[in-house]
Design a protein around this ligand. Structure first.
Ligand SMILES: [Zn+2]
Length: 385
């Protein structure tokens, strides 16, 4: 079964463990009926029927998402905007947040994301199960945005919406790729102009928007805490586009292996395991990976969170196998059999091969073998030693 299929079925099983009865809606004198059959009905409308359909939904949704990414502000600028705690944007406030990297986006009809709307949730036009974003307005459910850019977003008031939140959390923990969306805020620029000019000014700039990507960081059991809020954290455009690359790299059925031409012999020898394992060259590769946002394919923690000595070169086909099967012997240390990993993920493998999930991560353009890095970035790696 593919990972995507497993995820769909896993979520269905968990969500159907719900107790029959009702759940309270936050801040409201309102209850939502919960029962297996109610949940089942909603699941049928948010979960794609097959893993192939799921993959298509992911691809189309994130293709749209990527488009809006270019209009995003930095997390620190978004925080500045949040901390204004006012819908009215004075010119000096606008100056302040723009100088911190905020982008003020005028109203764009039909975009959903850059349109004034009192509803909090922005549905994905590509796929019902996904949200494109959430709107924050001052005085909402939870007004606190901490220094790490984390905040709590209010739960929806219907069962379908609640299940969607839990689905995002489940995707995050099962696929080990955080679900991302946008948080948007709107501001009224009218206050800063003289009333007598108002009619002459373009209406698109009456309301302006500041958006930033966020990732899901909470994890609730769908059957137990169906009505829990969603915890989110602001992220950079770079992190969001890395995450999208990972989502797009999930294939629905099987791993599609990229064709890799053999490395030039001199290059293969120069970057073989013996030459990189504890040398200036190896150090240069590790530093390069840290500067270029690469992550451990095992635990997905950024390499720049590790000390250099905690990074090591792992073998796809293990050294022990190379020793045991002599025909592998002259290829076992080839850069295409090597990948950068953190020490603890590497020692967890012992003398065995990476599992299917890890293999597909290593082979994906997002991670890559050492051979892939040399093919694509030889000059910038060489510049480091
Ligand atoms: Zn690791």
């Amino acid at each position: 079964m593919s990972k995507l299929q497993e995820t769909l079925e896993g979520f269905r099983t968990k969500a159907l463990k719900i107790k029959t009865g009702s759940t309270k809606v936050h801040n409201r004198n309102k209850e939502v009926a919960t029962s297996k059959s109610e949940v089942e009905k909603r699941l049928n409308s948010i979960l794609p029927k097959t893993d192939q359909k799921f993959f298509e939904a992911i691809s189309s949704h994130f293709t749209l998402f990527e488009r809006y990414l270019h209009f995003s502000s930095t997390p620190s600028a978004f925080k500045k905007a949040w901390d204004l705690r006012s819908e009215q944007l004075l010119l000096r406030d606008a100056d302040e947040i723009v100088s911190h990297g905020a982008q003020l986006i005028p109203t764009t009809k039909g975009s959903g994301i850059f349109e004034f709307n009192m509803k909090g949730l922005i549905l994905s036009p590509m796929y019902d199960g996904f949200l494109l974003g959430v709107r924050h307005s001052e005085g909402n459910y939870d007004d606190q945005l901490d220094d790490l850019g984390r905040f709590t977003y209010q739960p929806p008031e219907d069962l379908l919406g609640m299940l969607r939140y839990r689905f995002f959390e489940y995707l995050t923990s099962e696929l080990k790729i955080p679900y991302i969306l946008f948080v948007t805020m709107w501001f009224d620029l009218n206050n800063s102009v003289d009333i007598k000019y108002k009619d002459k000014l373009p209406t698109e700039t009456n309301w302006v928007f500041v958006v930033c990507p966020v990732k899901v960081i909470s994890n609730n059991e769908p059957g137990l805490n169906i009505n829990a809020p969603l915890n989110l954290q602001l992220i950079t455009r770079k992190e969001a586009s890395d995450i999208i690359a990972q989502y797009k790299g999930l294939s629905s059925t099987k791993l599609v292996l990229k064709f890799r031409p053999e490395l030039r012999q001199s290059l293969a020898a120069e970057f073989s395991y013996e030459h990189v394992k504890s040398s200036k060259k190896g150090k240069a590769i590790k530093e390069w990976s840290q500067e270029n946002g690469k992550k451990c394919p095992g635990c997905t923690v950024s390499f720049d969170k590790f000390k250099l000595s905690d990074l090591t070169f792992g073998h796809i086909i293990s050294q022990d196998w190379g020793g045991s099967f002599n025909f592998l012997n002259d290829k076992i240390h080839d850069p295409d059999n090597l990948y950068l990993t953190c020490r603890s993920c590497n020692s967890a493998l012992n003398k065995y091969f990476p599992d299917r999930e890890l293999q597909s991560k290593i082979a994906s353009p997002f991670h890559g073998t050492i051979g892939d890095w040399i093919r694509d970035y030889e000059v910038s790696i060489r510049n480091r030693f």
